[in-house]
Design a protein around this ligand. Sequence first.
Ligand code: FAD
Length: 306
Amino acid sequence: MSFPAIVAELKAAMPELRGRLLENQSLAELTWFRVGGPAQALFMPEDEADLAYVLAHLPHEIPITVIGLGSNLIVRDGGVPGVVIRLGRGFNAVTIEPGERVRAGAAVPDLRVARAAQEAGISGLAFLRGIPGAVGGALRMNGGAYGREVEDALVEARGVDRAGRLRVLALADMHLSYRHCGAPDDIVFTQALFQGAAGDPVAIAAEMDAITESREATQPIKSRTGGSTFKNPPGQKAWQLIDAAGCRGLAIGDAQVSTLHCNFLINRGGASAADIEALGETVRARVKESSGVDLQWEIKRIGIAP
Ligand SMILES: Cc1cc2nc3c(=O)[nH]c(=O)nc-3n(C[C@H](O)[C@H](O)[C@H](O)COP(=O)(O)OP(=O)(O)OC[C@H]3O[C@@H](n4cnc5c(N)ncnc54)[C@H](O)[C@@H]3O)c2cc1C
């Protein structure tokens, strides 16, 4: 399936655009699940000024959707109308600042932030080692693991709103809570400033290695997956509820509830986005029936059904 062409018209209306703007670009390869349809247009801005220029000049009726490394994402099979924004090279810097601070562009993989902090002897950011997304996604999801989340380490985030205005949001303006960010939905994050504490690089490296080992033992991290599918309800574990509802290993087509960690759904190869989403909804219904709990999706679903 493909969308009506819009790129030529958009380029004509935005002569100073410097990044890449591509028509009907497949998104499946940009996500961990490897499913879903195309973006009507995929925009990879050159830098923050380019992003701001495009957002300021893009007609208002054209929706925008941001994606990061696609590790928490189902792109529906009909694709995503409008402009999908993916940050790359121009948002890839990590710098160490005085006072045990780390500044990272939104396209920097979380792992690189953790490594840079470790090398600089900054503790408190090792938890990012296990999250396979980039900084922009970590901000939007308030990503966390092993007892810490972005909320515990963030000083401020920087971004551009739908009107192309630069915004700097202090931690309090981000309204972060468990896997939730209350900053305005239209903000495309471009950078984060994290606060750590002085630490011993050797001890931090050991902490990161322990995280790697624990991940490999307990999660299907080499599979086509989206990480935790549902949020943990207050005081409960989603995986336990799913297990108790008899869903471990349950499959629809090539979409399957992981047998290793049953809050993970996996694409065994030929699943469609519809298969994965239907499996998730089946799990939700069975959990509701067996325990009365209404599981909430943690994975973000974007785009339209064909
Ligand atoms: C194997 C595996 C293990 C995982 N383990 C964890 C874990 O331990 N803890 C955890 O918290 N998560 C975990 N996840 C989920 C996922 O890695 C995180 O949610 C991550 O923060 C998503 O980042 P991303 O770059 O992949 O974002 P995407 O999946 O591409 O997008 C996620 C959301 O962020 C938004 N977004 C992305 N970039 C930007 C931006 N620049 N500006 C504004 N919004 C943006 C998107 O619009 C979307 O709503 C895991 C996933 C996998 C596959």
